[in-house]
Design a protein around this ligand. Structure first.
Ligand code: ZN
Length: 473
């Protein structure tokens, strides 16, 4: 990884690319990589595996000494089977190894959960400002600039306010809406002594004691009133978030209405094309990417000219590849993963197109990022074109379809297994008015009452809709 940090960075996360790129501009520096580990969202990690990762990092840091600074890129909503605050455990370990005087700066996804242990362990936390997350490189750059400032003597103080509210990810877009207003307001407050305002709405399906909205404000202690300004700023933002909590309720489209819309669009070429987002089965949020509720209903209704992607089914993708283009065969969807929401389904299909999964993102959150989707196929099923992939990944980049010979501008009805990141990839031909979030069952449903959240702190909005709350002094 050392060579990648200084050379071709396409295989690295956007935050790390941004951090390294900006550090290059700032002058001579030597990156010492410790560990890169990534996995698509899912359930909590086995605790023993997490401890192994933690010890590998500790070992790497010790061997890397002496260091001038530490940069950490994490998501922020990590869980193990025994630890709700794995990010706090990592941050605290880093501080313990490098001591109190070395700057530590972390970037976080805005779906992370911040704890006091995280805040106390690092000097600055920089969260994404955009959802879809198209500012990952920019936040990495910001972290590098803060690192440079700290290496020149800047020191920081920070405040964390936890606001007891959980919002489904579909209500957390930043082009418009309550979260956009909150984040934008926060950015107007970034002026001396304030160095950074980060507002992390959290990851709604996380059944953890850390769940909730986190507001983190960091100030420069060399400037007057740093501590009190940081605290007042965080409190003001917490008040605004709480006052507007009712604006975060999701508005979903029923499957019946989605079917009506699809029929209307397919029958009338004058109508604008639409995207139906299967938000309850988003691989980017922990879904398996293989529920078939929308597909089966489309088949029952006899709708044609609809594209569905991507259904994650390694066995079916492999079979399509062994059958070859043009072959007809009796497909068994979910033969290896017959679970709640993802039942086995059989149908007569024809192989339309095949491809390997090696690609570089073209637009949106994966732009410039090298990815491998594993063997992919397009199956024709009735009038549907169903895209099958092997690696669990959300359909967030148009290149995933273009490399299978599809032209996005020609697609009349597109069903995507993605919660919201597809919006930044498909915005060339689909405005927000052409996008409908469909209410079907699934692991990542935005309907919070359907999730198992017995470990989140109570009371919390909207699970306790009538609760009262004030910002603590
Ligand atoms: Zn996120």
């Amino acid at each position: 990884m050392g060579r990648e940090l200084k050379g071709d960075r396409a295989g690295l996360p956007g935050t790390v690319r941004g951090f390294c790129g900006e550090m290059d501009k700032q002058g001579d520096w030597s990156p010492v990589p410790v560990l890169l580990a990534e996995a698509p969202p899912g359930g909590p990690a086995e605790h023993s595996f997490f401890m192994e990762i933690l010890e590998t990092m500790r070992d790497g840091l010790r061997k890397a000494a002496p260091l001038d600074g530490v940069y950490i890129s994490e998501h922020g909503a990590g869980l193990s089977t025994e630890e709700d605050d794995v990010d706090g455990a990592v941050f605290a370990m880093v501080r313990e190894v490098v001591g109190p005087d070395i700057p530590i700066i972390a970037t976080l996804d805005l779906h992370g959960h911040v704890t006091q242990r995280m805040r106390q362990s690092v000097d600055v936390m920089v969260a994404y400002l955009t959802n879809p997350h198209v500012d990952q490189e920019e936040r990495g750059c910001e972290a590098a600039l803060l690192m440079t400032a700290m290496l020149s003597g800047v020191r920081t103080t920070s405040t964390l306010v936890k606001v007891p509210m959980i919002s489904p990810a579909v209500s957390l877009l930043t082009a418009r809406g309550p979260y956009a207003d909150l984040i934008n307001h926060g950015q107007t407050l970034v002026k001396p002594p304030i160095l950074n305002v980060s507002i992390l709405a959290g990851f709604a399906p996380a059944n953890a004691s850390t769940n909730g909205l986190s507001i983190v404000v960091t100030a420069d202690t060399n400037k007057p009133d740093a501590r009190v300004t940081a605290r007042n700023t965080a409190q003001q933002l917490a008040d605004k978030a709480w006052a507007e909590r009712h604006r975060y309720e999701p508005k979903l489209t029923s499957l019946d209405d989605a079917i009506k819309l699809s029929k209307a669009v397919v029958e009338d070429p004058q109508k604008p094309a639409i995207i139906l987002a299967d938000v309850a089965d988003n691989p980017g949020g922990g879904g398996r990417g293989n529920t078939l509720f929308v597909m089966q209903r489309m088949i029952e209704e006899g709708i044609s000219n609809v594209t569905i992607g991507m259904i994650i089914d390694p066995a079916l993708a492999a079979e399509a590849h062994s059958q070859g283009i043009g072959a007809r065969f009796w497909a068994r969807f979910n033969r290896d993963d017959d679970t709640k929401f993802s039942e086995t389904y059989e149908a007569d299909v024809q192989v339309e197109k095949l491809a390997n999964g090696d690609c570089v993102g073209r637009r949106g959150i994966f732009e410039g990022r090298r990815l491998d989707l594993g063997p992919c196929a397009v199956l024709s099923l009735g009038g549907l074109h169903v895209v099958i992939a092997t690696a669990r990944q959300q359909l967030a980049d148009p290149v995933f379809l273009e490399r299978l010979g599809m032209n996005i501008a020609d697609l009349r009805v597109l069903v995507v297994k993605s919660r919201g990141h597809f919006r930044a990839g498909f915005d060339e031909h689909h405005s927000p008015e052409q996008i409908f979030e469909v209410d079907v069952p699934g692991l990542t449903t935005p309907v919070l009452s359907k999730l198992d959240l017995d470990r989140v702190p109570r009371p919390i909005f909207p699970l306790d809709p009538d609760m009262e709350w004030r910002v603590p002094d």
